[in-house]
Design a binder for this molecule. Structure first.
Ligand code: 6GU
Length: 242
């Protein structure tokens, strides 16, 4: 997968070259290109924003500089792009979005700052290829850069070969619509607390049932909205207690 990020703070995206993502890049599974938006400005001050029409606080990013930047970035590779514009007013980015993005050949991220990017930029590119405005949660960030780190990490770990063990991606929270239950490793007793007996029983059926019950219990307590949204056919007879 090819990933392009256009931002006025390319240094903010340096973590894309670290850790899991760095190894995925080294292995040729993802290819990341960072682009400084200011390199498409023409004035001596490298201006990227202007006052909003209609008045109000803050600044809006100018469409001309975004248009030149995105035209050039999109033309720099032949793979068909999906443009992702992180914004608090976007649709929710979820595990389902991550799974959908993991099937794309190319994601181009446009990081807005200030009060956002002139809407005509999204409207223009929407006529040429898929464009999504996405939010990573119900809070406000200063810009889209931190959201891009979140989205790329969520997508990259789903790509074949990125995680050491493919079961990790298949069996974690949200894959069955529930939160993951607790996990334990050695020692058997730590600070007076023993590992639950069933996990040391070797009874795989009992272990699977216990894990399912803890996941249901935790989801009911912490995220009742997830439990309520679960289709009837995702619950078995023994789940009904929750
Ligand atoms: Cl994607 N961007 C910004 N600026 N704020 C956010 C967000 C994105 N998601 C939640 N808050």
């Amino acid at each position: 997968m090819r990933i392009d990020v256009v931002t006025i703070f390319p240094g903010y995206l340096a973590p894309l070259r670290e850790s899991l993502l760095g190894r995925a890049a080294d292995a040729g599974l993802i290819e990341v290109a960072l682009h400084d938006l200011r390199s498409w400005t023409h004035d001596v001050h490298q201006t990227v924003d202007d006052a909003p029409y209609g008045g109000g606080p803050g600044m809006v990013m100018r469409p001309q500089v975004w248009g030149e930047a995105l035209d050039a970035v999109i033309a720099s590779d032949s793979r068909p792009p999906r443009l992702v514009v992180p914004a608090p007013a976007g649709r929710s980015f979820t595990q389902a979005t991550a799974r959908a993005y993991a099937t794309e050949q190319r994601l181009v991220f446009a990081c807005g700052r200030y009060e956002g990017i002139d809407q005509r930029v999204v409207d223009h590119y929407s006529r040429q290829f898929p464009v999504d405005e996405v939010s990573i949660g119900d809070y406000v960030l200063v810009g889209g850069e931190a959201a891009v780190l979140v989205i790329v990490e969520a997508v990259a770990r789903l790509l074949p070969g990125v995680l050491g063990n493919p079961r990790s991606a298949a069996e974690d929270s949200f894959s069955d619509g529930l939160l993951e239950g607790p996990a334990y490793t050695r020692p058997e007793v730590w600070r007076g607390q023993a590992v639950p007996e069933v996990l040391r029983s070797g009874n795989h059926g009992a272990i699977a049932r216990w894990r399912r019950d803890r996941a249901l219990e935790r989801t009911a307590k912490r995220r009742p909205d997830l439990l309520a949204a679960l289709p009837e056919d995702r619950l078995d007879a023994a789940d009904q207690a929750f």
